[in-house]
Design a protein around this ligand. Structure first.
Ligand code: BTN
Length: 327
């Protein structure tokens, strides 16, 4: 991650302390600036809508963030080469993936980011619905135009997964894990989901859309009662509100850096970063592939991104779609 701007560092310090208090002295030491300069940054943050209380002998406490996702605040000093060069924010849309595909068909650029405060038809995997209430989470789609063959595109899911995990760790200190093919978990509960889509012809990808939904500040009562899996949010896991703006910026910077790696070195470094985040390797798993259930030991990933499961017969199955769970 590149060096964030001073005010971003201050905001991330708030989310890293156990009691939410950060002393002016600590900020000044972290940033290498004077206490007066710290105070000026706090004043600017207050002017941009952050409610920050100062308690003598304890320090500053962030009580509320403005947290409106706007292109200007997302793009301000963003250290990205491609991702975020264009940002479109909607108060409401059907699905950011659908929007990004429409914009892709109209010729929008590599690196376009589409964000919505709320989705009326948020899309999950396998035709499922992605719960998308307003004001609490991140619903983002990133349009990429890599010069790759269509069979390569599914591997970009691993890129989004690693980027989401790194952004979560950067903003909260938590260590998420990944579940093949596109879930991000905290202590076994789903905190983010990924849905990549693409437009292509036989030998050419027109564009890939990385769809990313992260449960940032969703409360327990906002999850649907009939969820198929245990779910959580960063706020539930940490007991603190996470800045949507800060998280979005961190995520875009991570995606941009990994995309650069992908273009320069291919998918291998990204797939090994994904494998490091996967805690099911070597464990017994059960995979639901439509009507078929496969049980065995997860032995790793194939070069093309397929899940490798060794069954009792000793045969290693290459699985391309399905729901995995610990057996
Ligand atoms: C899953 O089922 O786990 C995938 C969920 C993907 C949800 C995100 S939210 C942003 C983007 N727009 C959509 O309609 N879906 C993806």
């Amino acid at each position: 991650m590149n060096n964030p701007a001073p005010r971003e560092t201050i905001l991330s310090l708030f989310s890293q302390t156990p009691d939410g208090f950060v002393s002016g002295e600590h900020i000044s030491a972290e940033l290498g600036i004077s206490r007066t300069a710290v105070w000026k940054h706090i004043r600017t943050l207050r002017q941009s809508g952050y409610v920050i209380e100062a308690i003598p002998s304890r320090g500053y406490q962030l009580l509320q963030s403005p947290d409106v996702l706007k292109p200007e605040s997302i793009q301000a000093d963003l250290e990205c080469r491609r991702v975020g060069s264009r940002v479109r924010c909607f108060d409401e849309t059907d699905s950011t993936n659908l929007q990004a595909c429409r914009l892709g068909d109209e010729g929008e650029v590599d690196g376009l980011v589409v964000i919505a405060d709320r989705q009326s038809s948020g899309k999950g995997r396998m035709g499922r619905r992605w719960e998308s209430p307003a004001g609490v989470n991140l619903y983002a789609s990133i349009l990429l135009r890599p010069a790759i063959l269509p069979f390569e595109a599914p591997k970009l899911t691993f890129l989004s997964a690693v980027a989401v995990c790194r952004a979560i760790t950067h903003c909260t200190g938590l260590q998420p894990t990944v579940k093949w093919p596109n879930d991000i978990l905290l202590d076994g509960a789903k905190v983010a989901g990924l849905l990549n889509e693409m437009s292509s012809e036989t030998d050419q990808v027109h564009y890939v859309v990385l769809g990313i939904g992260v449960n940032l500040n969703m409360r327990v009562e906002q999850f649907p009662a009939d969820l198929r899996y245990p779910a959580t949010s960063l706020a539930i896991a940490t007991g603190k509100i996470v800045s949507r703006l800060l998280f979005t910026r961190a995520l875009l910077q991570e995606i941009d850096a990994l995309y650069q790696t992908y273009l320069e070195e291919g998918s291998a470094p990204i797939m090994s970063a994904w494998a490091e985040l996967c805690d099911l390797k070597g464990k017994a798993v059960q995979v639901d592939c439509n009507q078929l259930k496969i049980e065995g030991i997860m032995v790793g990933l194939a070069e093309d991104g397929a899940l490798l499961v060794q069954t009792v017969t000793g045969k290693v199955e290459n699985i391309y779609a399905g729901d995995v769970r610990p057996a």
